[in-house]
Design a binder for this molecule. Structure first.
Ligand code: MG
Length: 340
């Protein structure tokens, strides 16, 4: 019997609901809360956005998949990590349809969702994973039934560094600040030296951000550099740091595959730099496009589908325990669906 899973995601500014059936994406609509240039998204407003769009996106997901609620086997939702108010808004929708439709609930770790969707879409078997987004920056590798974190940011996420830099320059948030920085960076020609902050396997971005903010204030006024130069320099520096720690994890694990997931993973310059490193190691680079690397509902359905089919007893969450949490580390989840 095929297993059909619906996944609800809303841990940051995207609301996504996707339906998966045995590795096939039946539907995956998403709506993004976009703020004006210079402004970030605040938890309360983001939660309001998700509440406004939840039923529209749910209807769209069912219609596009041509699936009736009775055909769904499990309802998967993001338990965390993420912003509390948006997470909670979506968890309540999941809980409600679970009771209305009388279907089991599966609480999914958002990072594990990214990894499983990335593996499915690219066909990579056991990759070293770089997960880069607005809220997360981790180098992950699988070992003994856990996705282990080999390195991570010690302060802000790489995407948050890019988002906040976009706010300083009043770069548009539509479709995303990172996308617009990437386009502008292509026009940059002058490399401005920035701090390079790799600490063993971990990295730090907050000092780089305050440093480049100072440069932006002084040098943009005096005409010593332009916004494109700053975007270019920031990308080159922070992406080099990410590639460095990813390579070290690959060397340690003797890994022949590297997979980039998360919203920043759409960045073609990051993919290019990672590709150079992978080629030198005779390893293979795997990446996905915007449909799947940016937060979406199908990735939550995919991870939930794996949990549900491998060990339903362990993974089904009773309604009264269907909570969410801002902090939920990738290695807290026992990977019951892999036995390598
Ligand atoms: Mg994410």
């Amino acid at each position: 019997m095929p297993i059909t899973a619906i996944g609800l995601e809303g841990s940051a500014n995207k609301l996504g609901i996707g339906i998966m059936r045995d590795g096939v994406v039946l539907s995956n609509p998403r709506h993004t809360y976009v703020t004006p240039p210079g402004e970030g998204f605040l938890p309360r407003d983001t939660a309001n956005h998700h509440r406004d769009w939840a039923l529209k996106i749910l209807r769209q997901a069912l219609d596009e998949a041509n699936v009736k609620p009775s055909e769904i086997d499990c309802i998967c939702y993001t338990k965390g990590p993420g912003m509390a108010a948006p997470l909670l808004s979506v968890a309540i929708v999941a809980r409600t349809i679970s009771q209305l439709w009388d279907k089991p609930l599966i609480a999914v770790n958002h990072c594990v969702g990214h990894i499983e969707m990335g593996r499915l879409i690219t066909g990579s078997k056991n990759p070293t994973v770089l997960y880069v987004s607005g809220g997360n920056t981790q180098v992950i590798a699988y070992s003994d039934r856990r996705y282990r974190i080999f390195g991570e940011t010690i302060d802000i996420a790489v995407g948050n560094c890019l988002d906040r830099f976009a706010r300083i320059l009043k770069i548009s948030n539509d479709p995303s600040p990172g996308y617009n920085i990437e386009q502008l960076a292509k026009k940059g020609s002058k490399y401005i030296a920035l701090p390079y902050t790799v600490k063993g396997m971990d990295i730090s971005f907050s000092g780089i951000l305050s440093h480049i903010e100072e440069i932006a204030k002084k040098q943009l006024k005096s005409g010593e550099c332009n916004p494109a130069d700053l975007c270019y320099s920031l990308q080159e520096t922070i992406f080099a740091m990410l590639v460095e720690i990813t390579e070290r994890a690959m060397a340690h694990c003797e890994s022949q595959e590297v997979l980039i997931v998360g919203g920043v993973g759409c960045n073609l310059r990051l993919q290019e730099m990672m590709g150079v490193m992978a080629e030198e190691r005779e390893a293979k680079l795997f990446a996905t496009d915007m449909r799947f690397c940016i937060d979406n509902g199908a990735m939550i359905a995919q991870a939930g589908w794996e949990m549900f089919r491998s060990d339903p007893k362990r993974h089904i969450t009773p309604i009264e325990k269907s909570t969410c949490t801002q902090r939920f580390r990738t290695d807290e989840v026992e990977v019951t669906w892999r036995d390598d």
